[in-house]
Design a protein around this ligand. Structure first.
Ligand SMILES: Nc1nc2c(ncn2[C@@H]2O[C@H](COP(=O)(O)OP(=O)(O)O)[C@@H](O)[C@H]2O)c(=O)[nH]1
Ligand SMILES: [Mg+2]
Length: 324
């Protein structure tokens, strides 16, 4: 692909991507992740094809079986004739990080299937927080015809709550032996679960976790009226993936009826628009408006106490022609 993109290049790439060509999908994702100069035009060309897929986030403690379950669910969706997009999110490290590597090997049997597209990325953007491109990656997978799009996170924490904002439905994966721990589970994490999975149901104690969960859900009903179903699975054999699929379908139906999914989409777009604006303004002020030398000079002025940083920032914004 040339460094200077013309309209025909973009149209050709989008066409190949929409046909499900893996290299084209990878290319679009990379351009968006890097916020390359072509990114805004690519997003514009893809916008008509955004939305429509069920985006499911899988979260839960490390070792609960999220990757295995995601694989089993993917196999189920493939049997139903669906194309599946997978975004593996590693909160700490770049893509080369070990945590993802283990999952990648397990995902290898899936990755030779043309109906499955897997992408891994770090959650941390260069400015901290969820990488803004995570939104774009999910949208690109949707535009490429993947439905569902599955997102896997590595553990339970703030990143998961952020990732849940990307998803239409969040599956919280628990395992036997966690019964008593459920009380101490962070409230924020419990609240994001639209469907609970008790995986490793081949181990003793699955019923106990289920009882604990039901007790907890009965005393803290959700404000939106949805009662999260509890599904038992054995991810290693695929047992229960049909029930998980059914639970997600029910949630989707409820969400559409109660305009819950719509409200989530609004929240998602709000975050996304602000991210895009932040990125664009930053680019305008820094990348387009300032040279490295000019920034270096400002740093010197601050360090030597000649100027205060606030007035410098104001001046940078003014020089870039952004009116506040
Ligand atoms: N017995 C049993 N083992 C499972 C099940 N699901 C996953 N495992 C195993 O649990 C380990 C952790 O699974 P993994 O999918 O990597 O967990 P993750 O860290 O949540 O992604 C692996 O060795 C899996 O083979 C299950 O349903 N039953
Ligand atoms: Mg995993």
């Amino acid at each position: 692909m040339p460094s200077e993109w013309d309209t025909a290049d973009i149209a050709a790439l989008v066409r190949r991507m929409r046909a499900g060509e893996r290299r084209a999908i990878a290319r679009v994702v990379t351009e968006l992740e890097r916020f390359s100069p072509a990114a805004p035009r690519l997003i514009k060309a893809l916008e008509p094809h955004f939305g429509g897929a069920l985006v499911v986030g899988f979260t839960g403690p490390p070792g609960a079986g999220k990757s295995t379950l995601l694989n089993a669910y993917t196999a189920h969706a493939r049997r139903c004739g669906r194309s599946v997009g997978i975004l593996a999110v590693d909160p700490s490290s770049p893509v080369s990080g070990g945590a993802i590597l283990g999952d990648r090997i397990r995902m290898q049997s899936l990755s030779t299937d043309d109906g499955i597209y897997i992408r891994s990325m770090a959650t941390r953007g260069h400015l901290g927080g969820l990488a803004p491109a995570a939104h774009e990656v999910v949208s690109v997978l949707e535009a490429a015809g993947c439905d569902p799009v599955l997102i896997e996170t590595v553990g339970v924490g703030q990143d998961e709550v952020e990732v849940a904002r990307l998803a239409d439905a969040t599956v919280l994966v628990l395992v036997p032996g966690m019964g008593d721990d459920i009380q101490t589970f962070k409230a924020g994490v419990m609240e994001i679960a639209d469907v609970f999975v008790i995986n490793k149901a081949d181990h003793p104690g699955a019923d106990h976790v289920e009882q604990e969960l039901r007790a907890m859900l009965s005393i803290t009903p959700r404000h939106d009226g949805w009662s999260p179903p509890i599904v038992k699975t054995v991810a290693t054999t695929g047992e229960g993936t049909g029930s998980l699929h059914e639970a997600l379908r029910q949630f989707r139906r409820f969400g559409q009826k109660e305009s819950l999914i719509r409200r989530r989409q609004e929240a998602k777009w709000r975050a996304r628009l602000l991210n895009m604006l932040r990125q664009r303004l930053f680019e305008k002020v820094v990348t387009e408006g300032l040279s490295e030398a000019a920034i270096g000079e400002c740093v010197q002025e601050v360090v030597e106490g000649r100027r205060d940083p606030h007035s410098i920032v104001e001046e940078m914004i003014r020089k870039a022609g952004v009116r506040c």
